[in-house]
Design a protein around this ligand. Structure first.
Ligand code: JAE
Length: 242
């Protein structure tokens, strides 16, 4: 997978070079290009924003700069990226989104700041490539870079060879629609807190049942919306006994 990121704060994306993701880049399982939007300005101030038409607070990112930057990154390659624009006004980013994007050969993240990017940039790009405006949640951020880091991690961890243990991707939260239950490691007792006996029983069926019950109870308490949204047939008779 090829990933490109357009941003006015390229150093914000340095964490992509760390840990498992950094290793996947070194192993050339993923290529990551981070591009400074200001490299596509032509004025002495390297300005990327301007006042909003219609008035109002804040500034809007200029279409000319974005248009030139996107043209440069996309290039004349016949292949086109899926352009992802992180924005609070976007469709929700979910594990299903991550799974879908993990099949893409090329993702291009356009990170806006200020009040956002001139809408004509999105409209013009959509004439040439698939574009998705996506939100990672309902809270205030200053720009799209943190969201891009979140989404890039959620996607690339699903790629073959990126995670040390591929089972982890299949068994983690949301993989079966439920929140993950509690986890434990040594010592058996820590500050008078014991590990649940069932986890030390060696009875794998009982451990699986306990873990499933914990996931169901945690999901019911913290995210009842996820329970209501489970596909028909997800919960079996044993689940429904709770
Ligand atoms: N404020 C805010 C909230 C969510 C979000 N997702 C992508 S950029 C962004 C910005």
């Amino acid at each position: 997978m090829r990933i490109d990121v357009l941003t006015i704060f390229p150093d914000y994306l340095n964490p992509l070079r760390e840990a498992l993701l950094g290793k996947a880049i070194e192993q050339e399982r993923i290529s990551v290009g981070v591009h400074d939007l200001r490299d596509f300005t032509h004025d002495v101030h390297r300005s990327v924003d301007d006042s909003p038409y219609g008035g109002g607070p804040g500034m809007v990112m200029k279409p000319q700069v974005w248009g030139e930057a996107l043209d440069a990154v996309v290039g004349s390659d016949e292949r086109l990226p899926r352009l992802v624009v992180p924005t609070p006004a976007g469709r929700p980013f979910t594990q299903d989104t991550a799974r879908r994007w993990a099949e893409e050969p090329w993702l291009l993240f356009g990170c806006g700041r200020y009040e956002g990017i001139d809408q004509r940039v999105i409209d013009d790009a959509a004439e040439r490539m698939p574009v998705e405006e996506v939100s990672i949640g309902d809270y205030v951020l200053v720009g799209g870079e943190a969201a891009a880091l979140v989404m890039i991690e959620a996607v690339t961890r699903l790629l073959p060879g990126v995670l040390g243990n591929p089972l982890s991707a299949e068994q983690d939260s949301f993989s079966d629609g439920l929140l993950e239950g509690p986890c434990y490691t040594r010592p058996e007792v820590w500050r008078n807190h014991p590990v649940p006996d069932v986890l030390r029983s060696g009875n794998h069926a009982a451990v699986d049942r306990w873990r499933r019950d914990q996931a169901l109870v945690r999901t019911a308490r913290r995210r009842p919306d996820l329970l209501r949204g489970l596909p028909e047939g997800t919960l079996d008779a044993a689940d429904r006994r709770l």
